[in-house]
Design a protein around this ligand. Structure first.
Ligand code: FAD
Ligand code: PHB
Length: 402
């Protein structure tokens, strides 16, 4: 058994853990990142694709924005499609010049891993049986197995960045957490296709057959989704069936969807979830470890980045100046933003998906809301400012230390 010490033990090498590691490194704070999966697995896991302006700025300031600037696609609007008509929401015009960047989570993760390796900072893949102990006595110890040997890592703070199914949140005593949750009667079947996008900006489509989304990863790769039942098997969806649904759901006058070879496909369940507070003694939760949103608002990755930005400041204050204010305010600071994103993600999801019941009243409400956001500047502005992302100042809790 080896025993080591560090300042911050970061569990999980998703966007949250890797970015926190990068921010710690830039401020001269020692951290060790422990990841359960292999590097190949983590780098290939296809997930989010839309970065808010604030996320781009954080990545740039963290010194990992160079390839994103070169290869990312700046988008200044989205389309909402219903009744086979495309309606443009000019987000940049409505938000004093703010925009989003299309750049895959896989690429963000690759850039962060490369930066950490270049810095020679510790990042261990394929760690088994990670446990967090000693929180009750404020002497946190993380134990894990790596390379066939047992290890013990003592630290000042544990950052639980291990996603929704991780070990950190379950370590917290049940009576110390409050949980809010909502399930949805649908899931997304997503594909990555080797074909140039058929659209310049993302199309979110409401149709009688269910929701569809046309997104992209580059000028040559399209990412598309169709709403399916949550218990659907991917084997029931041969490529022809997927394309047929996409054609029907995305159809609009004078527009054509181009097909190409499908490189990857999978089904993602949908859930809304918040656990609070996001701190238990010296364990800080960040990203999906503390909250989940359905992907319709494109907020999951952006929330993880926002949490970590606040957490990095708090850790710098604690470890370099001995101030606990940041750590004490961390959870409240994050949660105001988290709940805004929860509401927006729920709003986009319920406006755009069919629940397959005969709820004709509900469908009339959806159509009314779609007409409203596509005809009223006030309603479109509300959608746009949430989509491009509110600033950290806009979501600061009342009375927080600036
Ligand atoms: P994660 O990315 O989940 O990273 C957590 C890391 O911790 C993982 O690498 C995991 O392997 C590791 N880990 C877990 N347990 C342990 C352990 N015991 N020990 C050590 N390491 C551990 N958001 C969008 O905005 N748009 C999308 O299209 C979208 N699609 C998604 C599809 C799927 C299948 C999922 C699960 C999420 C999707 N999201 C999407 C959400 C978005 O990807 C997440 O919000 C984002 O990944 C959160 O980052 P994170 O670092 O908090 O968590
Ligand atoms: C994606 O490109 O994967 C994507 C884009 C927008 C969303 C969700 C996912 O709302």
């Amino acid at each position: 058994m080896t025993s080591e010490r560090t300042q911050v033990a970061i569990i999980g090498a998703g966007p949250a853990g890797l970015l926190l590691g990068q921010l710690m490194h830039r401020h001269g704070i020692e951290a060790v990142i422990l990841e359960a999966r292999s590097r190949e697995y983590v780098e290939a896991r296809i997930r989010a694709g839309v970065l808010e302006q604030g996320t781009m700025e954080v990545l740039r300031e963290a010194g990992v924005g160079e390839r994103m600037e070169r290869e990312g696609l700046v988008h200044r609007g989205i389309y909402l499609c219903f009744d086979h008509v495309l309606h443009h929401i000019p987000m940049t015009e409505l938000t004093h010049g703010r925009s989003v960047m299309i750049y895959g989570q896989t690429e963000v993760v690759k850039d962060l891993i490369e930066a950490r390796q270049k810095a020679g900072a510790p990042l261990l893949f394929e760690c088994e049986d990670v446990t967090v102990e000693g929180l009750e006595h404020d002497e946190p110890v993380v134990r894990y197995r790596h390379g066939g040997a047992e290890h013990e890592l003592r630290c000042d703070i544990v950052a639980g960045c291990d996603g929704f199914h991780g070990v950190c949140r379950p370590t917290i005593p049940e009576d110390a957490l409050t949980v809010w949750e909502r399930g949805y009667p649908y899931a997304w079947l997503g594909i990555l296709a080797d074909v140039p996008p058929s659209t310049d900006e993302l199309i979110y489509a409401y149709s009688d057959r269910g929701f569809a989304l046309h997104s992209m990863r580059s000028l040559t790769r399209s990412r598309l989704y169709v709403q399916v039942d949550p218990d659907e098997e991917i084997a029931e969806w041969p490529d022809d069936r997927i394309w047929s649904e996409l054609h029907q759901r995305l159809a609009s006058d004078g527009w054509e969807l181009a097909e190409g070879p499908i490189l990857e496909k999978g089904i993602t369940p949908m859930r809304s979830f918040v656990a609070a507070p996001m701190r238990y003694r010296s364990l800080m939760l960040a990203g999906d470890a503390a909250h989940i949103v359905p992907p319709t608002g494109a907020k999951g990755l952006n929330l993880a980045v926002a949490d970590v930005t606040v957490l990095a400041d708090a850790l710098i204050g604690h470890l370099t100046a001995g101030s606990d204010t940041g750590l004490d305010e961390y959870s409240d600071r994050c949660l105001t933003r988290v709940w805004r994103a929860q509401h927006f993600s729920w709003f986009m999801t319920t406006m755009l998906h069919l629940d397959h019941s005969d709820d004709t009243y509900g469908r009339q409400l959806q159509r009314s809301q779609l007409r409203y956001v596509t005809t009223s500047t006030a309603a479109a502005t509300s959608l746009a400012e949430n989509y491009v992302g509110l600033t950290l100042e806009q979501t600061a809790p009342a009375g927080a230390t600036p």
